[in-house]
Design a protein around this ligand. Structure first.
Ligand SMILES: Cc1ncc(COP(=O)(O)O)c(C=O)c1O
Length: 442
């Protein structure tokens, strides 16, 4: 049966949407970065309906959040049932079973061996912030290493680690002291002009040979914080040797390896956490976004002997509220029951098609990704790899006008991060619209 969405019936934004946009501009913080004037009325699976009755195919999933699709019936049922019993109690001062039930489930699916402990918060930035604090508390060291291109959130600690867009940091200096940025293994644009087959993870060696020898003594570094796959920075997938070498470096110097899986985790890449693709065991894993299918929740999970801080060292009033915990338990069940598998299967189909497009359209410089975390980097010229940022933005707009919701990342990359429920048919529809828009932009 043919899909009956997307279907665009009005000019965009439609009349009702335009009013909401106008009222938003008058009343809501101007710091938000709307990609296009989509005003949502309701959504189900990968189908989004706007306030004027237009329908869209969602390949952005509320920025990689609606892992089980919009309003999955099992998640909604779990939320409703919990909301009737208990909305809030504050898990930092009182006990309730939902929080520990989820902690046990998370410990089971987290790729860290042995006993683990979980801290609950409300967002990705809070998870990163907490992990930064834990790293200092546990090691009694003060320095951090983070990466160019990284995005870890907007709070002061997290934004001090972030190095993806200067606008995100402008006028906020000084940030949290003790952060040194180094190059990520962005092999398509190797900052050292080397070949990944023969570089011997030069970007990790550089930390040891340059940073540790010249400006930051290794034994003062509490943690290296890294996204297994860079998200906002451009959906950059490093070679496995990068993470393996980084972990070795951490082990050698007693540094904690923190994997920020806020965007790449919770089944998105076809495994529960993306770091599993690289065969590395982190000391701390940060998660949020897809964890509760859209309910606000963040967490970081660490080995029990790393999370050894004492009462009062860190806490959160709302973190791990019972409704979000129940939504997360339902989400994990759905991921394990088939959605991770679906992410691998449909993701493989999509990447094959995107590589086919790369062979046909000069504008595509690189196609990369795992599962349903897929990036298409656009270039003006394949030789010089000049970034095609304006073209990228035009394609995102054109897709919106045709009913496909996608987002950019980095300066010139398009990301596909749909709900993990998408069917091959939905993927084909999205690819068809994308190709139409791609071919119309020169
Ligand atoms: C890798 C990563 N870490 C942290 C964050 C911050 O998450 P939040 O917006 O929930 O604070 C994001 C958000 O995009 C992210 O992609």
């Amino acid at each position: 049966m043919a899909l009956n969405y997307p279907s665009i019936k009005t000019k965009l934004p439609g009349p009702k949407a335009a009013r909401v946009v106008m009222r938003t501009e008058e009343n809501v913080s101007p710091s938000y970065t709307y990609a296009y004037p989509l005003v949502v009325e309701n959504a189900s699976g990968a189908k989004v309906t706007d306030v004027d009755g237009n329908t869209f195919l969602d390949f952005a999933a509320g920025i990689a959040v609606c892992s089980t699709g919009h309003c999955h019936p099992k998640v909604v049922a779990a939320i409703k049932s919990q909301a009737e019993k208990l909305l809030h109690m504050s898990g930092t001062d009182f006990y309730y079973p939902q929080q520990v039930n989820l902690a046990e489930q998370l410990a089971e699916v987290t790729p860290i061996k042995g006993k683990k402990k979980v801290f609950f918060c409300n967002s990705g930035a809070e998870a990163v912030e907490g992990a930064m604090k834990l790293a200092r508390w546990h090691t009694k060291r003060k320095q951090y290493i983070a990466f160019f291109g990284a995005f870890h959130g907007r709070t002061f600690g997290a934004v001090s680690l972030t190095a993806s867009k200067a606008t995100q940091r402008a006028f906020y200096f000084p940030g949290v002291p003790g952060v040194t940025h180094v190059s990520y293994a962005y092999c398509y644009r190797c900052p050292y002009n080397l070949k990944k087959e023969s570089c011997g993870s030069y970007c990790v060696k550089w930390i040891e040979d340059q940073i540790f020898k010249t400006i930051v003594p290794a034994d003062e570094v509490a943690a290296i914080i890294v996204e297994p796959i860079q998200g906002e920075g451009g959906y950059v997938v490093p070679p496995p040797e990068f993470h393996i070498a980084l972990k070795k470096l951490c082990e050698k110097h007693g540094i904690l390896y923190i994997a920020d899986e806020v965007q790449s985790g919770m089944g998105r890449t076809g495994k529960m956490f993306a770091i599993e693709h690289f065969g590395v065991e982190p000391d701390i894993i940060c998660t949020a976004k897809g964890i509760a299918s859209g309910m606000p929740l963040g967490a970081f999970i660490a080995k029990s002997d790393v999370m050894n801080w004492t009462p009062g060292a860190h806490a959160s009033t709302f973190g791990g509220n019972p409704v979000s915990c129940e939504a997360a338990i339902a989400t994990i069940e759905l991921l394990k029951e088939g959605l991770m598998q679906n992410a691998s299967k449909v993701g493989e189909h999509m990447i094959t098609e995107l590589i086919r497009m790369k062979n046909e359209y000069e504008l595509i410089g690189d196609v990369r990704g795992l599962g349903l975390m897929l990036g298409v980097e656009l270039v003006k010229n394949r030789e010089t790899r000049e970034r095609a940022g304006e073209e990228r933005n035009k394609i995102v707009q054109k897709c919106f006008e045709k009913g496909l919701l996608i987002l950019g990342c980095g300066a010139n990359t398009i990301r596909f991060c749909p709900p993990l429920t998408i069917t091959k048919e939905e993927a084909d529809k999205a690819l068809e619209i994308f190709e139409e828009c791609l071919s119309s932009v020169r």
